[in-house]
Design a protein around this ligand. Structure first.
Ligand SMILES: [Zn+2]
Length: 156
């Protein structure tokens, strides 16, 4: 996929996530995170996919747990948003794009979601991408709201 698509996809997904959670956020930070997501697309310019793998999710996930331990609520939120944006980039390249080396550097094989099971008149790669991206975002919002309801007002 092209980088402009990835940027808009990341920004819209991040916006829906923070709005769905009902949290205060800075739109400039969301734009910055979407730009960070597009930076992994330098791979497409170099034609060597060194950032398009599952391990790119490790830094935001580790940051989330570090922020959780330190009680930094904003960093927790933004690390989840960044992880979701990275997920969207990898997902789009696996459905619409040419495939990614999901387990690089352990395995160089390109992974792509199978087309053979999809009838494009029923489920296209674009529809599947939107479903899997916004489906995860909806799931995260539901989990967050459930946690908030259980923990009460102390949760941000
Ligand atoms: Zn990409």
């Amino acid at each position: 996929m092209d980088s402009l698509y990835h940027f808009i996809f990341a920004l819209v997904g991040g916006y829906v996530l923070v709005k769905g959670m009902g949290m205060r956020y800075d739109f400039r930070v969301l734009v910055g995170l979407a730009v960070m997501t597009v930076l992994i697309d330098l791979d497409h310019i170099w034609s060597v996919l060194v950032f398009h793998h599952i391990f790119i999710l490790a830094p935001p996930i580790l940051l989330f747990f570090a922020a959780l331990a330190m009680g930094w609520k904003r960093i927790q939120l933004y690390s989840v948003v960044l992880a979701v944006m990275f997920y969207g980039d990898l997902l789009a390249d696996m459905t619409i794009g040419m495939g990614i080396p999901l387990f690089y550097p352990l395995d160089d094989s390109l992974y792509k979601l199978p087309y053979v099971v999809m009838n494009p008149n029923f489920i296209s790669p674009y529809g599947l991408t939107l479903f899997l991206y916004f489906g995860l975002i909806a799931l995260l919002i539901l989990i967050y709201r459930a946690m908030k309801a259980v923990k009460g007002r102390g949760y941000p």
